[in-house]
Design a protein around this ligand. Structure first.
Ligand SMILES: [Zn+2]
Length: 362
């Protein structure tokens, strides 16, 4: 480990709340280093080291030091994606999504140093842990849950690396902007046909330049994930596209919980319909790209299969994950008064931190 690696790790310790990783840290770092070096080589990125962490911040981002950029990959996201894949793909009882949400809410409060609500939410999570363990015993393992994870981690890393590439080579991005606009036109047309004028209007408003970059990174990351999946004979093109679509839904789930909790006590409510419209644009754009890609791979029949599977999975996600999450957030955060301003003694703070870190490691 060189001085810069050391500096990044130290600053991570100060700026994030670490968990105890379930697997041996060195083997995890080794696994990702091998995996990652293949990706950067394919993308012809000369020097962009990877740092793996496991924190309740759940963020993948680029970090800069005097020696250049680093990619920080939070492996906790992959553990959470495993649970979220299960929630969508396997028949799980209500207790699974409830305990998931309470844990995420507790973690978001802990990050804001709101110890009392964090302890309350952690308590709600622990109240459900027995039911959760019983449910996990009875859940039939679905092979897709793990296979998709491999593709999803590639998709997440590739997506982040494309942000890095287009910010270094803006000309590359400019060239693709016009083709992205064509996709957006398709999406707006689709929304006009499928939904009401209000839906189409909402979608039109949600398309801004930041969306353009997100969609660009999604599209290129999909192509990368499909290549990796096919090369390693891990998954078919359709399976890879399904795994990546789920990754977009999971990312939304994690970000909406933390956004709503972070906004607690703020007089300005967050604009939920705008967030959902933006997610829809990303999903529709992604579906257009994926269908074209599957068609190009001469898997004509599979385009219909893919569209049907995506519609079914999005429907399950809407009912089992999104609605359940928003109901719970509405009951516990939006309509309740979170005691975010309660001052606690240093002694209590230490005690709460220790209790919470035990809970977060479960
Ligand atoms: Zn992005």
């Amino acid at each position: 480990m060189n001085d810069d690696d050391h500096f990044i790790r130290k600053s991570l310790q100060c700026s994030r709340v670490a968990r105890q990783p379930t697997a041996e840290a060195i083997s995890v770092q080794q696994y990702y280093s091998d995996f990652y070096s293949d990706i950067v080589e394919q993308m012809e990125i000369p020097h962009l080291p990877l740092i793996i962490c496991n924190t309740i911040n759940k963020r993948i981002c680029l970090s800069i030091t005097s020696k250049g950029y680093y990619l920080i990959f939070d492996n906790y996201i992959i553990e959470l994606f495993y649970q979220l894949n299960n929630l969508v793909l396997v028949d799980t009882p209500q207790v699974c999504i409830e305990s998931f949400c309470y844990k995420m809410m507790a973690e978001s409060c802990r990050l804001k140093s709101w110890y009392i609500p964090a302890i309350n939410f952690a308590g709600e999570y622990m109240n459900r842990i027995e039911g959760l363990m019983l449910a996990s015993k009875n859940i039939e393992n679905d092979n897709r849950t793990k296979n998709y994870l491999f593709i999803q981690q590639d998709f997440l890393i590739a997506h982040e690396l494309f942000h890095y590439i287009i910010n270094r080579k803006p000309s590359l991005y400019n060239r693709s902007q016009s083709s992205k606009r064509n996709y957006f036109d398709k999406i707006i047309k689709y929304a006009n046909l499928q939904g009401t004028t209000t839906t189409a209007e909402g979608i039109r408003h949600a398309v801004d330049n930041s969306m353009l970059e997100e969609c660009f990174c999604d599209a290129t990351a999909l192509i990368h994930a499909v290549d990796i999946g096919n090369k390693l004979k891990k998954s078919s093109t359709v399976d890879c596209a399904i795994a990546c679509t789920l990754a977009l839904l999971h990312q939304f789930e994690l970000s909406i919980i933390s956004e709503i909790v972070n906004n607690a006590g703020n007089h300005e409510p967050i604009n939920l319909s705008n967030r959902l419209n933006r997610l829809n644009v990303r999903l529709l754009h992604f579906k257009c790209i994926a269908c074209d890609y599957i068609r190009e791979a001469d898997e004509k029949l599979q385009v219909d299969d893919f569209s049907t599977i995506i519609e079914e999975l999005t429907d399950v996600w809407n009912k089992k994950v999104a609605t359940a999450t928003l109901d719970l957030l509405s009951k516990e955060v939006l309509q309740a008064d979170l005691d975010t301003s309660i001052m606690i003694s240093r002694e209590h703070r230490t005690k709460f931190r220790n209790v919470l870190s035990e809970v977060f490691n479960t």
